[in-house]
Design a binder for this molecule. Structure first.
Ligand SMILES: [Zn+2]
Length: 141
């Protein structure tokens, strides 16, 4: 049977978008909420995947992000500020947009959540209760 299962994740994180023209250029934080969805065939035990396996696939990254300040390679000033004060940071290869965070989570989840029964993995990251970004890996793509 084809079925879609999901696991919700939450973390707190500060960030800023230095290039941005609007309010996002300021250092601020979000209570992030992400949903990881896995679509595939159920196994003999009636599961697409154990919820625990999704949590374990995403967990290490979420732990690194939680109560950190995400910084991009261009933000030398903020990196120096955090380093000098011994504050937790998470260095990204690109800007800390919801899109890029979703992509990073998808990469991490797909390293563990894979196999012939899995057809699609979807990660939706909400920065606020009205703003979200979603990325999808599909076997058919
Ligand atoms: Zn923001």
């Amino acid at each position: 049977m084809l079925c879609r299962v999901s696991k919700d994740l939450r973390w707190e994180m500060a960030h800023r978008l230095p290039y941005h023209d609007g309010l996002c250029k300021n250092l601020h934080g979000h209570s992030y909420h992400a949903t990881v969805e896995v679509y595939g065939e159920t196994d003999d035990g009636g599961m697409v995947i154990d919820f625990k396996d999704i949590a374990e696939a995403a967990g290490p990254l979420v732990k690194q992000l939680d109560h950190s300040c995400a910084i991009d390679p261009s933000d030398v000033e903020l990196k120096q500020f955090l380093t000098e004060r011994g504050m937790k940071m998470f260095e990204l290869e690109s800007y800390s947009t919801a899109e890029n965070i979703a992509g990073l989570l998808l990469e991490h989840v797909c390293l563990i959540v894979n196999g012939p029964r899995i057809h699609e993995v979807r990660v939706r990251v909400c920065e606020t209760c009205t703003s979200a970004a979603e990325v999808v890996w599909s076997r058919d793509a």
